[in-house]
Write a protein that binds this ligand. Structure first.
Ligand SMILES: [Zn+2]
Length: 290
C-alpha cells in the first residue's frame, strides 16, 4: 500500500510530464462504467462519470502537489478552477505514456481504469489491480471534508505539537501507540510499513498504551516516524512485491527496512514477531522494543 514516501515519489515522477498540459479527454474502463451503473463507485467517486469529465476535460494542469497519501492536481479552464484528487488504495499507479500499449507491466496495462489524454502527446493513465483507489474531481477541497482533517505534513514545525495534542486526547490516550500513528488525523501519511519501522527505531512496542509512554518515548516515536518517512522519500519509497511508483519505477527503501517483512530483526538479529493491531499485521522485536 503506497504510503507518504511512495506517493511523493509518484508525484515527483509525473509532475514534469503533466504540468502545464491540458486534459483533452477522459476515458473510463468498462469496470468503472459498470461499477457506476450498479452503484459501486468503482474508482471515480463523488460524481457521475459525466460530471467528472465536465470538471476535467479542457482543463489545464497548473499545479500538482501531495498531502499525506493523496495527490492533488489543480486544474483551470478560463476562470474556472477544479481539483483532481487521487488516492492509490492498495495497488493504484500512474503511468505517463504515449499509448496504453507502452505500459510494459502487463498487470498494470490490463487493469487500466482512467485515461487522461493530454495535449502534449502523453496520456496520464491510472491503473489499479485491486480497485481500492479513488479519483475525485472536486469544485473545491471543502467538497471532501475528510481531507481537511488530515494532520499537518510531518516535516513542518506544527506537526509535532499537533501529534502531541491528538495522542493526549480522549480518543487516543487509552489506545496503543501504533493505532494513533496510523491515523492520518494524528500524523499524515504514515502507513503500516513506516509505523513498524519507526516503532522499532524508537524502541517502543506497538501495543504500548499511550498514557503509559514517557514524555521521552512519545517524542522519540514522532521523531522516528519523521526520520523513516524522510528516508523513504530519499530512497524513492518502498517497492514491495509488484508495487511500482509511477511509470514502472521502483524505489529501494525496502532494502533499508529493519523489521517490516523480516524474520530477523535488522537491529539485533533476534527473531521478529508478528501481531495484528487495528487489523494491520504488525512486525516487532521483543528484544529492541520495550
Ligand atoms: Zn531487535
Amino acid at each position: 500500500m503506497p504510503e507518504l514516501p511512495e506517493v511523493e515519489s509518484v508525484k515527483r515522477v509525473i509532475t514534469p510530464r503533466i504540468l502545464g498540459a491540458t486534459i483533452q479527454n477522459v476515458t473510463f474502463s468498462d469496470k468503472v462504467k459498470i461499477g457506476k451503473e450498479v452503484g459501486k463507485e468503482t474508482i471515480i467517486k463523488g460524481t457521475t462519470l459525466e460530471l467528472f469529465k465536465e470538471r476535467t476535460e479542457q482543463f489545464k494542469i497548473i499545479n500538482v502537489y501531495r498531502r499525506s497519501k493523496y495527490i492533488f492536481m489543480e486544474i483551470e479552464k478560463e476562470s474556472e478552477s477544479k481539483i483532481i484528487m487521487c488516492h492509490f488504495g492498495m495497488t493504484g499507479a500512474f503511468f505517463t505514456v504515449p499509448e496504453l500499449s507502452n505500459i510494459e507491466i502487463e498487470n498494470h496495462r490490463k487493469h487500466w481504469h482512467v485515461i487522461f489524454a493530454l495535449d502534449n502527446g502523453l496520456k496520464l493513465i491510472y491503473t489499479d489491480i485491486r480497485r481500492f483507489g479513488e479519483l475525485r474531481a472536486l469544485d473545491e477541497l471543502n467538497e471532501y471534508p475528510s481531507v481537511l482533517k488530515i494532520a499537518p505534513e510531518p516535516f513542518v514545525k506544527e506537526a509535532y505539537e499537533h501529534y502531541l495534542e491528538k495522542i493526549m486526547s480522549k480518543k487516543f490516550i487509552n489506545k496503543p501507540i501504533k493505532v494513533a500513528i496510523l491515523d492520518h488525523t494524528v500524523i499524515s501519511g504514515c502507513g503500516n510499513i513506516y509505523a513498524c519501522e519507526a516503532l522499532l527505531r524508537a524502541g517502543v512496542l506497538p501495543t504500548r498504551i499511550i498514557k503509559d509512554l514517557t514524555v521521552n518515548e512519545r517524542e522519540k516515536v514522532f521523531k522516528e516516524v519523521v526520520n523513516v518517512l524522510q528516508e523513504g522519500i530519499d530512497n524513492g519509497g518502498s517497492s514491495i512485491s509488484d508495487y511500482y511508483n509511477a511509470d514502472g519505477e521502483k524505489g529501494t527503501m525496502q532494502e533499508k527496512h529493519l523489521i517490516y517483512g523480516k524474520k530477523v530483526c535488522g537491529q539485533c538479529g533476534g527473531p521478529v514477531l508478528q501481531k495484528v493491531i487495528a487489523t494491520r499485521n504488525t512486525h516487532y522485536c521483543p528484544n529492541c522494543q520495550k
